[in-house]
Design a protein around this ligand. Sequence first.
Ligand code: HEC
Length: 141
Amino acid sequence: MRIWTATAAVFLITVSSVLADDIQDRQAAMDQIRVGAATLVPMLKGDKEFNADVAALALRMTYAGSIAFQGKFPEGSNSKGANPAIWQDKPDFDAKVADFKADAHHAVENLPGSLDQLKAVYQPLLQDCAACHKLYRIKDN
Ligand code: HEC
């Protein structure tokens, strides 16, 4: 009996730390994506001059972030920022993650040489952020 309890406790601790890793991983991936946006949005607005090398780096970071984000939402990995709606319609959420990754992939395959080209590849990604956050992210500030 005692052994079973101990085994169950170890199992639970293992499961919850795996879930905590998923939460940490996806938040780190999103942070990487945020740094990409913080670099690219001022260029889009004309507050910063277009720079092809910097834009390429930020787009690659965004793509890497989209890869790291994928698959990090197992059942039960609730967090303050994740709307439980994710697990009520997981196929829709997963489709939005896949769209984001596909748009990020398209961007790194078509690295921009001008501001107009940057707009063409990055605006769809900004729409992806908004579409997903509206339904699936809880922002407390
Ligand atoms: C497919 C859905 C989806 C897309 C696309 C998406 N996000 Fe998120 N984002 C989330 C979810 C869900 C969370 C909350 C994760 C959590 O807290 O566990 C989040 C959290 C964040 C956070 C907070 C991270 C932290 O440290 O807690 C930032 C910043 C962010 N997103 C920025 C962006 C930007 C910028 C884009 C677009 C370039 C974007 N996101 C695209 C779903 C998405």
